[in-house]
Design a protein around this ligand. Structure first.
Ligand code: 5AD
Ligand code: FES
Length: 345
């Protein structure tokens, strides 16, 4: 079969055999056809709607030591911070006025934020913003804690699986982190009733095409509502300082493939994509993405939440990010909507 037939098959069957998927991941020759098909599928399901999620990075303390991450425990160069409950609520208030109806509370795995403190934070937001979705992105917990957060009012959870391959996972994360526990968390979250987001980095160190293929297979098993991917980006204060960045082109290709495999999915044009190229997020939208996640954190802490170098949006006020994105999304041919932005299965 020719490659363009291959893309037609992928669009119609929503699947491809492994060998064909791998060859598609490795060539740029059919990108135009792929992005065209992905845009068609996205418009069928979501029109030109782009959903926004206000991202609040509320702590950069982390107990983990992931080899790729700038806020890893061993990085002594990071000035650590935590937002107070009042500061967090103020971010939400500002975001609500700007039209955000989803707040993403993201943080490192910070021991200060016990199950009880996370629950208190969630209930306070839930009480003030009953018409909003509350998304947590606070890493790995026992199922009982996930249940407690859910009861407190959280209804979505972001936890990238990072890589579905256990051996590759061990090369990116020191013990005791494991791919097995990561996956356990994701299935627990789904079982509790969260709308779940997962995903992975593209071009992470030691990643093979087979690894990427396995990532797509794992996502087919999990069927998450949201799938976030972005290029791996180097940070100089990590053990991976010598490792090259992931590729823009391969990230875009994967967004296109994800849209065809998962027509219903919420797929963000991520900050990492906007960091690797000035128009990266616009390109992501045109390749099949339908979500953007502007930063709502106080500008005073923006530069401290540095997972990778040269992160964009660290100097802009929330309102500036919001209007900047409005323009960028429009320039790509889509429109931001004021909506809670639920998945359309
Ligand atoms: N480059 C790109 N993405 C990264 N993440 C963490 N560190 C990096 C990096 N150096 C991603 C991980 C994590 C998400 C919050 O950010 O996939 O799940
Ligand atoms: Fe933040 Fe453009 S989105 S400055």
């Amino acid at each position: 079969v020719s490659m363009s037939e291959l893309i037609a098959t992928l669009e119609q069957q929503r699947d491809l055999p492994n060998d064909l998927l791998c060859s598609l991941l490795e060539t740029d020759r059919y990108d135009a056809a792929l992005f065209q098909a992905a845009d068609r599928v996205r418009r069928q399901r979501y029109g030109t709607d782009v959903f926004v999620r206000g991202l609040i990075e509320f702590t950069n303390y982390c107990r983990n030591d992931c080899y790729y991450c700038g806020i890893r425990r061993s990085n002594a160069h990071v000035q650590r911070y935590r937002l107070t409950p009042e500061e967090i609520l103020a971010c939400c208030t500002e975001g609500y006025a700007l039209g955000f109806r989803t707040f993403v509370l993201q943080g490192g795995e910070d021991a200060f934020f016990t199950e009880q403190r996370v629950c208190e934070m969630v209930s306070a937001i839930r009480e003030r913003f009953p018409d909003c979705a509350i998304t947590l992105s606070v890493g790995e917990w026992e199922k009982s804690s996930y249940r407690a957060f859910f009861r407190a009012g959280a209804n979505r959870y972001l936890l990238r699986h990072e890589t579905a391959d256990a051996a590759h996972y061990r090369r990116l994360h020191p013990q005791p982190l494991s791919s097995e526990n990561r996956k356990r968390c994701l299935f627990d979250l789904k079982d509790i009733g969260y709308q779940v987001g997962s995903g992975f980095m593209v071009g992470s160190p030691y990643q093979t095409t087979e690894n990427l293929c396995a990532d797509l297979r794992f996502l087919q098993e999990l069927e998450p509502d949201m799938i976030g991917i972005g290029p791996y980006l180097t940070h100089k204060d990590t053990p991976f300082r010598e490792q090259p960045n992931g590729s823009l082109a391969q990230t875009l290709r994967l967004i296109g493939i994800l849209r065809l495999l998962f027509p219903y999915a919420l797929i963000p044009a991520t900050t990492a994509l906007g960091t690797i190229h000035p128009q990266g997020r616009e390109m992501g939208l045109r390749a099949g993405a339908n979500v953007v996640m502007p930063n709502l954190s106080p500008v005073s802490v923006r530069k401290l939440y540095t997972l990778y170098e040269d992160k964009i949006c660290t100097g802009e006020e929330s309102a500036q990010c919001r209007s900047c994105l409005e323009r960028r999304v429009a320039s790509a041919g889509y429109a931001i909507v004021t909506d809670i932005g639920d998945v359309r299965r």
